[in-house]
Design a binder for this molecule. Sequence first.
Ligand code: CMP
Length: 225
Amino acid sequence: MTLHKALEKVTFLKGLGKADLNHIVKIASVRRYRAGDMVFNKEEVGKNFFIVNSGKIKIFSSLGGGKRKTFAFLGKGDFFGEMSLLGGKIRSASAQAVEDTELLVISKQNFGRLVVRHADFSMKIIRTLVERLDKANKEVESMLFHNILGRLASAILELEAKSKAGPLTVAIGQGELAEYLGTTRVPVCRAVNSLKRSGIIDYQRGRIIIKSKARLQSMAARARG
Ligand code: CMP
């Protein structure tokens, strides 16, 4: 597939004019990563902006004592790496390929030019930043005030919306799930078992199967208050 065709399929670039897309094609290059490869580490100086063309990227932060918090899984059409280029200078989190992944790469200088010269592109970046901030606020609220069961229910629904593992299925290990929730394995294991016992989900060999989406939704809604 040509780079132009690939870019036309990128969700966050949909609606951009031909001229804007042509310009991005000129300044982007392609980089491939194997599952497990790091794209960059937290606190490195940001040099590039990335768009996911295929595969899956995990955005996470490592805390002391081997603890990790997964902020997001990003798939085809999502972008990352803009925060350090727009202000913070250093990477606010690490990025790792969790599957074989192809990224479109745009240098800091070219990204700066895009933001200044192409208003549609900048608006799309701003909209996504607003969505991410909103999600982060809700997550802080939920961590402060809500129980692990409600948080787990929300997380399963979020992951299912992006899942490629099949209908009502999420492929994720308990360790990954704990990192996504910002907690440790033991409470997550207990919460998973409790949802299993209630017949809301099944969990086998790293796969969550949603048996009652309606009950998960009502638990998540109750946790949001
Ligand atoms: P940057 O700080 O350059 O490097 C890490 C990137 O992770 C950051 O830019 C964002 O693109 C991305 N990122 C950070 N926090 C989140 C989040 N909560 N949700 C989605 N992406 C994020």
